[in-house]
Design a protein around this ligand. Structure first.
Ligand code: AHR
Length: 661
């Protein structure tokens, strides 16, 4: 990653920053025409939730398979359509072979089929076998250690060995290779390692082959290829994507959805019991919400490890009787009770001790320590329940949870749809458009929110501008919206942008304007990503009273009823902790803007830090070919005081971290 962090020597920096963007003076004179932000640190409105910024995740846009989940083999269990997708036959020279799906179960696994490779002729320079495309290729890096695993059995004529290789698609260069001999007529799992050379290039235009130079009939079940994973977790995550996410300082993870939780039909919901244990015990399911199969390699435990690896609080969404195809007919009453029990079992699996049925299973699966779990959301987007049964369904869940897990924070999946009991929190989703400036009004959405209502998790939000990932327009509008969440931190306790991930390869995306883009070997953050990183990394613990005098007007218009609407250019929020004030400033205009800042209460030291992201145009963005076109710069400065003037760059988001001790 390019390091654009600039730490100037104080004197050198003062001269550059005063000239361009800031005026410091103990005696600075404010004028009434310039926007003035007043922060009263001795008047605290509320605390700021440490979980203000997090992530929501689901299988969409190849978020896991072909995304975060590091598995390289696509269709590793040989699902079949007309052919076996992503698998192809190799017959070099005089070699002769055929491949078909065989519906014999792979003994000792949950797999109901395998690939049957019948090699009638093969010899030293005439290989026969199969190869897999990977998810838009197979990523190669120098000195990369891969673990290959597979189930196999062979007929008595097969002498072997089988050779496994990662090969370049264009010039057939073999980057890594390993052999397995002694395959018998009994199903068995084999594991082998292979390592790329120091001289191997970083490239993804590769495939994975399994070949033989001798004839015979071989049955192969579940083939897996794992590169190194984040924190070396078995069945783990891509290192680059986890490292990138860590830069966002996410404090919670809402999972497993999203529509992926519910599926279109009951069988295709996230059925957690089928997502635990060794991968060969996970048959996978159709992610019909987004139109492709899910391997379930990213299962319930993997979500929890992901949380632990990035220090995030899990927010577990449980299935509650609503499927996307039954919005007019959710499961209710006695028929819902098994699913309430299923949710209780899920929590017991994660948090129970050895004396509980499901806790014991988790321990038997290798995880002794209970997982930390405090937040449970009942369903997803139950405002889509057109029969309006959510109140009744939610109540059943809440009653059961209060009895068994009284300390759990329960979140209703929609705001205002549960009235007969009080949820601890409500989830609000907001997908927005810039709409020629009108979207900026969303920055005031919660200013007059009824404080008697339950606290809010903004479980999905995004300004959907830019594709596949958001551009600066989306970023600026997100930032203005986030200042609105922070200014209302007494009621808004959690928020997360959706969706996080998109594989940018052709055909991989179902939902555009995402936070992080990637292909098989590279990844990048959108402007929205970097802005969330700036906000989350400068959160503060308390919300002081603050106000803004006025802002230059970006647009003066009226609504359909003739009411005047003034859309502002400048947006702000201010939070603090014992030693700092965090002032966030958004300039939505394409020209510079000055703000006058006045702090009452705490003494502001000269020293501070300015983090800024800006672009010349709102269409500016990052992409797989320009990973860091727009990223924030961090500068240390000695220019602040209780009153100061700061000049905002055009189309910019700025976080000023003031020192108060
Ligand atoms: O984020 C994409 C989808 O938007 C989610 O799956 C769903 O909850 C929402 O409608």
């Amino acid at each position: 990653m390019k390091d654009r962090t600039l730490i100037f020597l104080a004197t050198l920096f003062i001269s550059s920053i005063t000239a361009t963007s800031c005026t410091n003076s103990g005696n600075v004179v404010f004028d009434s025409k310039t926007t003035t932000i007043s922060i009263k640190t001795n008047k605290v409105i509320s605390d700021v939730s440490p979980f203000m910024y997090g992530l929501i995740t689901e299988e969409i846009n190849h978020s896991y398979d072909g995304g975060l989940y590091a598995e390289q083999i696509r269709n590793r269990t040989f699902l079949q359509k007309k052919t076996i997708p992503y698998w192809h036959l190799i017959t070099e020279g005089t070699a002769r072979a055929a491949m078909n799906r065989d519906t014999v179960p792979v003994e000792g696994t949950a797999l109901s089929g395998c690939l049957k490779l019948e090699i009638s002729s093969a010899s030293t320079n005439n290989r026969a076998g199969i190869y897999n495309d990977g998810y838009w290729g197979i990523a190669v890096k120098p000195n990369n250690r891969y673990i290959v695993s597979f189930f196999a059995k062979a007929d008595e004529f097969f002498e072997g060995p089988l050779t496994f290789s990662i090969e370049n698609n264009i010039n057939d260069t073999v980057y890594a290779s390993a052999q397995i001999s002694g395959i018998t007529d009994k199903w068995k799992k084999y594991t082998v390692e292979m390592i790329t050379e120091n001289s191997a290039p970083e490239c993804s235009d590769n495939h994975f082959s399994i070949t033989s130079t001798t004839p015979g009939v071989i049955k192969i079940g579940l083939v897996s290829l794992f590169p190194p994973t984040y924190k070396n977790r078995e069945n783990g995550n891509r290192v680059d994507l986890m490292s990138l996410m860590a830069k966002m300082h996410p404090r919670f993870l809402r999972f497993p959805g999203g529509n992926y939780l519910e599926g279109n039909v009951l069988e295709n919901r996230f059925d957690w019991k089928k997502t635990i244990g060794p991968i060969e015990q996970r048959p996978g399911h159709m992610c019909d919400a987004w139109g492709y199969p899910s391997s379930d390699g990213m299962g319930l435990m993997e979500f929890m490890y992901w949380c632990e690896d990035l220090g995030m609080e899990p927010v577990l969404a449980v299935y509650d009787g609503l499927n996307l195809s039954r919005m007019h007919d959710p499961i209710t009453g006695d028929s819902l009770k098994p699913y309430v029990q299923d949710a209780l079992d899920e929590v017991e699996f994660l948090t129970g001790d050895k004396n509980t049925k499901w806790g014991k299973l988790r321990i038997d699966m290798g995880r002794k320590k209970p997982f930390r779990l405090k937040y449970v959301e009942i369903g997803n987007e139950d405002f889509f329940d057109f029969k309006r049964t959510y109140d009744e369904r939610y109540k059943l869940f809440q009653k059961a949870f209060r009895e068994k897990y009284p300390d759990m924070v329960l979140i209703a999946s929609s705001d205002g749809f549960v009235n007969s009991v009080r949820p601890d929190m409500e989830d609000h989703h907001a997908y927005m458009k810039a709409d020629n400036g009108m979207g900026l009004l969303q920055a005031h959405l919660y200013d007059n929110y009824d404080r008697k209502k339950p606290a809010l998790m903004i479980g999905e939000y995004a300004f959907r501008e830019g594709s596949p990932t958001t551009n600066m327009l989306g970023g600026i509008y997100d930032a203005a919206y986030l200042t609105g969440l922070e200014r209302n931190a007494d009621i808004v306790r959690m928020s997360c942008f959706a969706p996080i991930f998109v594989n940018v390869n052709k055909g991989a995306m179902q939902w555009e304007s995402d936070l992080i883009g990637y292909d098989t070997g590279k990844c990048y953050g959108s402007p929205s990503f970097w802005i969330q990183s700036m906000f989350s990394g400068n959160l503060g613990t308390e919300l002081p009273a603050s106000s803004i005098s006025h802002s230059p007007v970006l647009k003066d218009t009226s609504d359909g009823n003739g009411n005047r609407i003034r859309i502002e250019e400048i947006y702000y929020s201010a939070t603090m902790d014992d030693d700092h004030i965090y002032l966030k400033l958004v300039n939505a205009a394409g020209h510079k803007n000055k703000v006058q800042v006045s702090v009452q209460g705490k003494d502001v030291r000269k020293k501070g830090t300015v983090t800024e992201i800006a672009a010349d145009s709102l269409s500016a963005t990052n992409s797989i070919n320009d990973l860091e076109n727009i990223i924030p710069s961090v500068k240390k400065a000695r220019i602040f005081a209780d009153k100061f003037i700061y000049e905002l760059r055009p189309y910019s988001v700025t976080v000023i971290k003031l020192l108060t001790k």
